[in-house]
Write a protein that binds this ligand. Structure first.
Ligand code: PRP
Length: 544
């Protein structure tokens, strides 16, 4: 018997008893709702030719690939909308319009190793095909809202119109690489980095508007703030559309849990109009996602407007069975133990928070921040990211080095300015790493950062993961160079090494869980603004 014979692959698992009941309950509530609203069920196969998804880079990137008997490249369905678009261009090509479809099926996507994410989840959703315009958008948003309401207490639906973002991008005169980076930074609500990236372009109104985009979320007043940024014609049209849509939702009694987020950019690039995401208490990430995709069906031979959404039923049911995080009213702030801890405590004290529990913590790992309602948890750097990503902590303070190495899905909102150091390639000499034709060996605590750097240079290297005191590795002949963080440079100097190339600056960052940003917007925004205000004040203070 092989070692793995009794196991499920990493990121796949069995569901038992109440887990099945919870999932079936979610699926059946949604299916009943959709059937009751005139939608008819379809099932597409789990296995599709990978070409069905190839037009969408983000979707095809997460495909689990396999080969059919004839050696053709197939995949396990990574998305439900594209197979339905295929269906409309083939089996449903003569169906009368509009077509209202719903589905309840498994979706598969490659999960990041050790992320705790599952590679298979249940998605239940609807597609409304053949109807353009406001009425169809209101119908789908109303159904999205009813879906979340049917599943539990406390939800929020964020809406956006992709036309606003696209018009700003279209008006921005900058290289494509800058635009791609800006897109990613807006998606991550990475305020600080976005300003740095776009600072050379700030004489352009589009660049100024893009810098403001990650913060343009909240109630209806967001639209007025967006108009003040003087968008071009397409952008104004998008804002007008959203304004009218909000009014229609208000008339339908759905406005209370609906907000605007103009920085919402869906990673699937087939969306053309209104896009939206839904959040529920108990889940650290969006449980519902959808939007209008008027040009997708044309690729499959039936050029029709369409809109729809999918609910991640697995995520919802995990929240219901207690697999998701359960939080009270207050905020949870995850701090990196060690180097950044003291500086963060100083910053919090300067903002007026009572940090006495942090100063006399002993071996305790969960500490109250006075009477503020904020609790602090202390964790290792990479774990801060894990806690925030999974929503058990709302906010985290962590070094950019850890973010670059681990990645993850969260908002990176502030550069706190302390914990400054830099990523560098270091060696005994430049020749040691760049001389000769042999593929060099590079040791690092940050193998992803190291690999990424050498890939950007187009160089093959062998990376060796080392846990600490990396400077030792080239001294005793394990490697030719190291990629590590350098602060004062004394560790390198005292060991006969020097910086060969600087790779990237590093400092402490404030990160926020995506769902917390929506569901606990006020306290989260308050803390961000306090920190931002303080940092600004410090930066403007004349040097003594
Ligand atoms: C970090 C880093 C370097 C050193 C750089 O190590 O990996 O070794 O600090 O600082 P310097 O430029 O001021 O000399 P850390 O102290 O975190 O210990 P570790 O290497 O054992 O992880």
């Amino acid at each position: 018997m092989e070692r793995t014979d009794r196991l499920t692959p990493a990121s796949a698992r069995d569901l038992l008893y109440e887990e099945c009941e919870a999932l079936r309950g979610v699926q059946s509530r949604l299916c009943t709702l959709y059937a009751g609203n005139g939608f008819r069920e379809v099932m597409t196969p789990s296995i599709e030719y990978s070409g069905v998804f190839s037009a969408d880079a983000a979707v095809s990137q997460r495909m689990v690939r396999l080969m059919d008997g004839g050696g053709r490249l197939c995949c396990l369905r990574p998305d439900c909308t594209l197979p339905i678009a295929r269906l409309c261009g083939t089996r449903l090509k003569n169906a009368p319009l509009p077509i209202r479809l719903y589905y309840s099926q498994q979706v598969y996507s490659v999960a990041r190793e050790h992320s705790g994410k599952e590679a298979e989840f249940s998605q239940v959703g609807v597609e409304l095909i053949g109807e353009r315009g406001m009425t169809a958008d209101v119908e789908i948003l109303s159904l999205a809202s009813q879906s979340l309401r049917a599943l539990g207490n406390g939800y929020r639906l964020e809406i956006c119109h992709i036309g606003f973002f696209r018009s700003l991008m279209g008006a921005l005169s900058a290289e494509e690489t800058v635009k791609e980076q800006a897109r990613a930074l807006i998606e991550q609500k990475s305020y600080a980095q976005l300003s740095d990236l776009l600072s050379p372009f700030l004489e352009q109104p589009a660049a100024r508007a893009l810098c403001a985009l990650p913060r343009l979320f909240g109630a209806k007043d967001v639209l007025a703030r967006a108009r003040a940024l003087q968008p071009e014609k397409e952008g104004i049209k998008a804002l007008d559309y959203l304004e009218e849509l909000l009014e229609k939702l208000r008339e339908a009694g759905l406005h209370e849990n609906v907000a605007i987020d103009l920085g919402l950019i869906n990673d699937a690039d087939y969306y053309t109009g209104v896009i939206f995401r839904g959040y529920m208490e108990g889940s650290g990430e969006a449980v519902l996602s959808g939007g209008r995709y008027d040009r997708l069906l044309g690729r499959f031979g039936r050029d029709l407007p369409a809109t729809g959404f999918g609910v991640n039923a697995s995520l919802v049911s995990r929240g219901l069975t207690g697999g998701g995080e359960q939080q009270g009213e207050g905020l949870t702030l995850a701090l990196t133990k060690g180097r950044l801890e003291k500086k963060t405590a100083q910053l919090l004290s300067a903002l007026g928070y009572d940090c006495s529990a942090l100063e006399e913590k002993g071996r305790r790992l969960v500490l109250p921040l006075g009477e503020s309602g904020i609790r602090v948890i202390l964790a290792k750097a990479a774990d801060v990211i894990t806690y925030v990503e999974n929503g058990v902590a709302d906010i985290g303070i962590v070094g950019k080095d850890t973010i670059m190495e681990n990645g993850g899905s969260f908002y990176e909102v502030l550069d706190l300015g302390f914990g400054r150091c830099r990523f560098a390639l270091a060696a005994k000499s430049r020749e040691a790493v760049f001389g000769g034709y042999r593929a060099q060996r590079i040791a690092s605590k940050y193998p992803h950062v190291a690999l990424d750097y050498f890939e950007s240079l187009g160089l093959d290297v062998n990376i060796v993961k080392i846990e600490g005191s990396v400077e030792l590795a080239p001294l005793i002949g394990l490697c030719d160079g190291i990629v590590d963080i350098v602060e004062t440079g004394s560790t390198l100097r005292e060991n006969g090494l020097s910086v060969i190339e600087e790779i990237a600056p590093v400092s402490a960052r404030m990160i926020v869980n995506t769902a917390s940003m929506k569901l606990r917007q006020q306290p989260v925004e308050r803390l961000i603004s306090q920190m931002e205000g303080y940092l600004q004040e410090q930066a403007e203070r004349p040097e003594k």
